[in-house]
Design a protein around this ligand. Sequence first.
Ligand code: ADP
Ligand code: MG
Ligand code: MG
Length: 905
Amino acid sequence: MAKYVYDFSEGNKDQKDLLGGKGANLAEMTRLGLPVPPGFIITTEACREYMTSGALPAEVRVEVTMALRRLEDAVGRSLGDFHDPLLVSVRSGAKFSMPGMMDTVLNIGLNDASVQGLAKFSDDERFAWDSYRRLIQMFGKTVLDIDGDKFAHALDAMKHVRGAAADTDLNAKDLEELVEQFKTIVRDETGREFPQHPREQLDLAITAVFNSWNTDRARLYRRRERIPNDLGTAVNVVTMVFGNLGSDSGTGVCFTRDPSTGMTGDYGDYLPNAQGEDVVAGIRNTLSLADFEKLDPTSFADLRQAMRRLETHYRDLCDIEFTVERGKLWMLQTRVGKRTAAAAFRIATQLVDEHLITLDEALERVTGAQLSKLMFPQFDSEAKRTLLATGMAASPGAAVGQVVFDSVTAQAWAAEGKAVILVRRETNPDDLGGMIAAVGVLTSRGGKTSHAAVVARGMGTTCVVGAEKLDVNVKAKEIKVGKRVIGEGEVIAIDGSTGDIFLGDVPVVPSPVVEYLEEGLEVALAHAADEDTRDLVEAVDRILTHADGVRRLRVHANADTAEDAHRARIWGAQGIGLCRTEHMFLGERRVLIERLILANEDAEREAALAALLPLQRADFIDILEQMDGLPTTIRLIDPPLHEFLPDLTEMSVKVALAAERGETGADVERDKVMLAAVQRMHEANPMLGLRGVRLGIVVPGLFALQIRAVAEAAAQRLRDGGKPHAEIMIPLAASVMELHLIRDEAEEILAEVSAAEGVELHIPIGAMIELPRAALTADRMAGVAEFFSFGTNDLTQTTWGFSRDDVESAFFPEYTERGVISVSPFETVDRSGVGRLVRIAVEEGRAARPDIVLGVCGEHGGDPESIHFFHEVGLDYVSCSPFRVPVARLEAGRASVSGLGSDTR
Ligand code: ADP
Ligand code: MG
Ligand code: MG
């Protein structure tokens, strides 16, 4: 029988699947002997059963009773007792942290009787009533689904009547009265009394946490973060400790290193005389840890020690929630902390230097997504700028956009294609939609651990918080800065790395990491603006160099021109995996291809081909020169020919008009011929029509022209002393016979050119595997093809029967929402379907031709998750757009060492 409830002393950090991240880490801290208030965890399995059957398994109630009794015995108090009551918090905690997404209820166990007990025990009546009103407020909102504003308004009204500036100015009597008002709200809104029985409170709170797994905002967050919907959350029941028991109490959040820059040291915020979420909500301004040390040196020393202990134990940056109750430190939460991209690289190399982790592990601690973030441009510090204010740098990036003040407008404007910056005093979970839509988030309140900062960092959205000089008035839709007023729609620029806020647009400059990639380490270090930048560039260099050293996959680039090839090579590409040739028939050359398509006689066709040959050859010479010494895979023309001809409707109208006007002459005749050709070539479904190898077989001389151009270009390069490694790739083959036909033709041409030019040509001929039939007959295909390159875009289209352009916007959002797909198969390779075809082709291709070269040239070649898959199935290389090459190098390295690092999601 399943065990649904675990005491903290029974679990450990590796049980995140079962106990959730929060529970597993609370258990781990308990095991380490750190001061964690005792408690227990209800497993994610109980949540999953609750979700499928709609009811809690009966055993859960029994096990909760057992655990509660053990807890009561351990602390010597009982839940809701009239004298010295035990109070607990009921906290959600899923496998992956979802900051601010789900609910927590504090002070469970308080009722009309135990509030008296609490007052007596604590000798603080005000505290007791404050705790009770917080319980009704939180419980009302999260468990009973009452609009939170109702409570907030009652609280504000009370403050107004009493002339109180802050909550803390209300006295015990005021709060007692407020409790009555809150209870009335509960009665009016739900038709029942606020539940007085502590166990009923507990049970209701537990199901509320399970229910919060499926709120809209939680689902939205999971979709974005690619967290599966069926994991469920655990529930943690934790003995309450109180940070709101006076000036020798308080609550705080801290990091063992700076999560935004990665600098070593202790970072955090502390709020004296406060409970729970007061810090994160940015309601009052917080103290730094340095001030905390002055205030309470003993608790600070204990915290310092716990921080160090945790960082040593987890061998990574930890973030921590703690509370001080009358001078005693309690640890309430820890986890391996989220961090910015720059911090990830810096921290990983710092930990290597501190001999806490190996370079392999350091490589696992950073991601391709983080590297690509570092490649974004930054604001130009030389440009003329109007600085409005400086807040706290919470999540890096350079964002320029129009000011909006609410989530709804942010989403609406973003949908119109506008870049918006969401400006709020502080954010809360209801702002999530707007935060996702915005290019940047700016708040006037809160610290580095505020909701806005934490969520923006998680999403990689540029964010500045706590810009106190800004007076943000959301109702009036304006920001006041001194005498200046900024309204909705005005453009501002925010720098998430410095906290600077500028009026108007600010130009951007390339990032130092891009400079490093392009110019090398020394130049980048010499140009670096400051020590921080040097540090970062060095960290990136060390980790990327290590990735290059350990990776098995080669990284090629998709490049169609000499310029792209040049860029790709600089960024570390070890070849061209896909050189498309169709663009070589556009522009001025279009008339030649038109002539070829329209030709009725051999002579006409040959003339057109003869005119194209030198142009194509020149293209290839340039590219082969750029890629000297490296494999260059040239794909023969792929798209349907009608793409080179005028549009059918346009042509029909033109001809019809001419007929109506009775026009005649050579031009009109040519148009008629053209229209006939366009009509002839018109296809109902061009993606599956006359294209790729089919064209090569049907249109005489077309592939031959391209093959000859490649051969002659290679010969020319050889004569010029170069080392050309051209390869010819045949697109869209489904049958080995298609390959045979083209290969025979190609071999003849290669032999001919070889003889004519007096050089020996080695030009491998291979197949693009992009149809299921090609993959399924890979053993035969490999008999003819010297290499395979998986065209996973078309392979995905043809495996799923999706026409990408038609489906992605039409119904993918609905498919994701309904759980048919968790991520677009065009973004990340679908392992079980498309991936299985790749696997079959790899195995059978290798069996038939052991030295066959295997690569991928679809867009998946630059997608981190897909790269790991291609590593697993044993491809030789991935090919991606030049811009993605560094990311692919890093991810290929990570794939080689995978399984060593920690999960930092
Ligand atoms: P989240 O997952 O949103 O961080 P938590 O479960 O950590 O939510 O709880 C919200 C706040 O309440 C945090 O500041 C936490 O430290 C505080 N808190 C939770 N449980 C207790 C407790 N038993 N005693 C005191 N404070 C608590
Ligand atoms: Mg927390
Ligand atoms: Mg294709």
